[in-house]
Design a protein around this ligand. Structure first.
Ligand SMILES: C[S@@+](CC[C@H](N)C(=O)[O-])C[C@H]1O[C@@H](n2cnc3c(N)ncnc32)[C@H](O)[C@@H]1O
Length: 222
């Protein structure tokens, strides 16, 4: 199985192919330095690409989701999928589909599911991460909590990747873009080109200044 075979497969999910391939490339590069983490597994589309990149490098992907769906995926909402409803509870349950995706791709020894709320898992987390992909809840509260709970675990030189960055507010919600801007304003990250709506920031290596930090200092000095 390689990334070209992945491209021919169908997954339930919301990610454009070029974005998924970018995730694969980033995970393949980063995962030799430490585990990767994604927040928002859903049915495994992004995990398939991130996981494939990790596998080729002997790495690990932690894939975190409570599997109860985001606000917009609930019954009656825009992204509701009736096939993902658990008849026993009447609520969403994406975990069986996610497991099937990982099993079909033989990624069980690479992708480690974490079935819980993001902030709960973050509470006692202590492992440095080489890549963090934020694609969980898309309200401002959810996106900000995912960023603030996890960003301190990103190792120097690691990637912070945020999905659904829409420079034009007419095209999509602005919470991910707002948090992306906060990260950039911290001065700790270098901005890499967007791929579709996938924002990619690289945490500066220890001992290096970022363009944003130089700009901030230049503005103050006048
Ligand atoms: C947009 S979907 C993720 C799509 C996925 N990355 C893909 O490529 O198909 C968002 C997911 O985030 C999960 N989610 C929302 N809020 C969460 C939270 N606070 N903690 C954990 N998972 C959450 C939802 O259950 C949903 O499956």
């Amino acid at each position: 199985m390689d990334v070209d075979e992945l491209k021919r497969m169908h997954f339930k999910g919301f990610m454009a192919e070029e974005e998924a391939v970018r995730l694969y490339e980033l995970a393949r590069e980063a995962s030799g330095r430490g585990p990767c983490l994604e927040i928002g597994s859903y049915c495994g589309r992004s995990a398939a690409y991130l996981g494939m990149g990790c596998k080729e490098n002997g790495g690990i992907l932690f894939s975190l989701d409570h599997h109860e769906g985001s606000e917009e995926q609930q019954p009656g909402q825009e992204y509701f999928d009736p096939e993902l409803l658990d008849p026993a509870t009447g609520g969403m349950d994406t975990f069986p589909t996610f497991r099937k995706t990982i099993r079909n791709l033989s990624l069980e020894d690479t992708v480690v599911p974490l079935v819980s709320r993001s902030a709960v898992v973050a509470r006692l987390w202590a492992t440095p991460l080489s890549l963090i992909f934020i694609d969980g809840g898309h309200t401002f509260e959810d996106t900000f909590i995912d960023y603030s709970a996890w960003v301190s675990h990103l190792m120097p030189g690691g990637y912070l990747v945020i999905h659904d960055i829409f420079p034009d507010p007419e095209k999509g919600g602005q919470a991910p873009r707002c948090v992306y801007g906060m990260a950039l304003d911290s001065g700790l990250f270098e901005e890499l080109p967007l791929t579709g709506t996938l924002g990619v920031l690289r945490r500066a290596a220890t001992g290096l200044l970022t363009d944003r930090s130089r700009m901030c200092w230049a503005n103050i000095r006048g």
